[in-house]
Design a protein around this ligand. Structure first.
Ligand code: NAP
Length: 259
């Protein structure tokens, strides 16, 4: 299926590794030119070079922290008028809510709620003016089934989700859709660091926890960044103009509800 987005430009935030990188690669495979960001320059440049080499598209790498105004402005200077925006950033640390003071909460809100909202604010009017725009926010399965030790994530991402529910119904008339992708367990650095935290907390070994968690998933495994990226690319396709305000869970069936 040709997704009808060849030659368009995507700004993919936090894309040197993991799920953001998967989204960048799937868009690149459709002939989309990319601007990608991450804080660490070395891994970012390496990902950009690999994507250029593999897909023959233009890739601009913009180092910066997307949770800061400076990082966002750098990304927007390189790509003021994207056709596609993928919002992503690292997740907040796990822990006990008693240890989280106001500053900790503000950091989580800035990274996982306000940064995507401010990026959308910067680009959405331009998308509506040209009658095409696709915005995908990488959130978390924790929006649907809160994970106790990830309270910062549960809180910040649910705030973003509520905001998107309203805005996405205003933009779709202009062929600008906004949807959220909710990852369950995907085999990335982020998942590995969560296992390290839980291994310490429970006294079980990292490998033991990892194996048990994969087996407990109805799919019997973790997701791959390629599977995640392809779902993102579809939501960014020309064909997906009637899908907006949705929260698509990619979790191998882990969430047990009917809806
Ligand atoms: P990952 O493998 O650790 O990759 C994170 C990527 O984002 C890296 O490229 C990282 O590069 C970049 N990044 C992190 N913070 C950034 C910031 N403030 N500004 C710019 N770039 C930033 O993580 P992942 O597993 O792909 O997770 C992506 C998101 O999905 C996270 O919010 C995570 O909590 C959420 N999630 C993941 C899973 C899972 O199973 N993997 C499940 C649920 C939710 P630098 O460090 O160099 O900046």
């Amino acid at each position: 299926m040709d997704l009808g987005i060849r030659g368009k430009t995507a700004l993919v935030c936090a894309a040197s590794k993991g799920l953001g990188k998967g989204c960048a690669a799937s868009l690149a495979a459709e002939g989309v030119n990319l601007v990608i960001t991450a804080r660490g320059r070395e891994a970012l440049e390496a990902t950009a070079a690999a994507l250029r080499e593999r897909f023959g598209i233009q890739v601009t790498a913009v180092p910066g922290d997307i949770s800061t105004e400076e990082g966002r402005q750098a990304a927007l200077r390189a790509c003021a008028s994207p056709d596609i925006l993928v919002n992503n950033a690292g997740g907040p640390p796990p822990g006990d809510f008693r240890d989280w003071d106001r500053e900790t909460w503000i950091k989580a809100l800035e990274t996982n709620m306000l940064a995507p909202i401010l990026m959308i604010r910067a680009v959405v009017d331009g998308m509506m003016a040209k009658s095409f725009g696709r915005i995908v926010n990488i959130t978390s399965g924790a929006v649907k089934y809160p994970i106790p030790e990830l309270g910062l994530s549960n809180g910040a991402r649910t705030g973003l989700t509520g905001f998107i529910a309203g805005l996405s119904r205003k933009t779709v008339r202009h062929n600008v859709t906004i949807n959220n992708l909710l990852p369950g367990p995907f085999d990335t650095d982020r998942l590995r660091s969560n296992f390290q935290f839980n291994a310490k907390a429970s006294g079980k070994s990292y490998e033991e926890l990892r194996k048990a968690r994969a087996e407990a998933n109805p799919a019997g495994r973790f997701g791959s960044i390629e599977e995640f990226g392809d779902a993102c690319a579809y939501l960014c396709s020309a064909q997906a103009g009637y899908i907006t305000g949705q929260n698509l869970l990619l979790d191998g069936g882990a969430y047990p509800g009917t809806f």
